[in-house]
Design a protein around this ligand. Structure first.
Ligand SMILES: Nc1ncnc2c1ncn2[C@@H]1O[C@H](COP(=O)(O)OP(=O)(O)O)[C@@H](O)[C@H]1O
Ligand SMILES: [Mg+2]
Length: 252
């Protein structure tokens, strides 16, 4: 008999554990096909040899919640409170190198959405930007987008990297897409900038050292990435994001 004893391991994203498997759950009424598509993407990425938990199935768990079944990684996030400066720098270097490995994958045949299209949709639907600003940001986006098809994680940050004591694992592939490595790295840079400005610069230097992306290329995406993130729920974070966009608009 299979023992099913789902234990909530993260309220953030509602991840359950049962034995050696993790179950990522999706909000009620999420279509089954949507989660199947996430499973398909996840297993294609697993097949590239990147350090990604293996995916097994899409099934209903506890009270009919739809979930993606994968290996449970017994590990800690890449960055945690109390790390010293050297440990922190080492971890940020690891994140930059992992990001380079992700971006080195040619994902043209994966059937993923294009990162730039995801950004256009999000920017067009936001109520937080005026039409004038949207047009300027979209103009920049179309100029920067050269149709690259590199694998982009779309949300790589220290909490989406788990360290099990030996190996670093990249999780949370729901926003995976194809696009420009500079845009994907800019997402990570921007995430760090919002929460820990000093780590953002360390990450940026490490990423540019390990890739052929120049700092200027990464910075060029910043207004677009900021606009893409502006639909965030908390007002404080949104105000910070808007300040970055407004700063850029003044110089434009
Ligand atoms: N395969 C896994 N093994 C162990 N823990 C996991 C796994 N997947 C997710 N988690 C934990 O759950 C958290 C949220 O999962 P994640 O996929 O990142 O969801 P979200 O989209 O909400 O960020 C992660 O930060 C991690 O702590
Ligand atoms: Mg996550």
């Amino acid at each position: 008999m299979v023992i099913q004893n789902y234990e909530l391991v993260s309220e953030w994203g509602a991840i359950y554990k049962d034995g050696d498997k993790a179950y990522k759950t999706y909000p009620a009424h999420t279509p089954y096909d949507y989660v199947m598509e996430k499973a398909r993407t996840h297993s294609l990425i697993y097949d590239t040899g990147l350090p990604v938990p293996a995916v097994y199935s899409v099934k209903k768990i506890k009270d009919e919640i739809i979930a993606l079944e994968m290996d449970y990684i017994k590990g800690e996030p890449l960055l945690y409170e109390g790390m010293n400066v050297i440990e922190r720098e080492k971890s940020l270097n690891i994140m930059a190198k992992l990001q380079c490995r992700v971006n080195a994958v040619d994902a043209s045949h994966f059937g993923l959405p294009q990162f730039s299209n995801c950004m256009v949709d999000e920017i067009q639907r936001t109520p937080y930007l005026t039409e004038r600003i949207k047009n300027k940001v979209l103009e920049l986006l179309y100029r920067l987008d050269t149709g690259k098809t590199n694998l982009c994680h779309g949300d790589l940050h220290p909490f989406n990297i788990l360290f099990d004591g030996k190996k670093h694992w990249i999780i949370d592939w729901d926003d995976a897409s194809t696009g420009d490595p500079a845009a994907d790295a800019c997402m990570t840079y921007f995430y760090e900038k919002r929460f820990a400005a000093n780590t953002a610069e360390i990450y940026l230097n490490a990423y540019c050292r390990n890739s052929n992306v120049k700092k200027e290329e990464l910075f060029a995406w910043l207004p677009v990435i900021a606009a893409y993130q502006v639909n965030i729920e908390t007002k404080e974070e949104r105000d910070f994001i808007l300040s970055i966009i407004n700063e850029w608009i003044i110089q434009f």
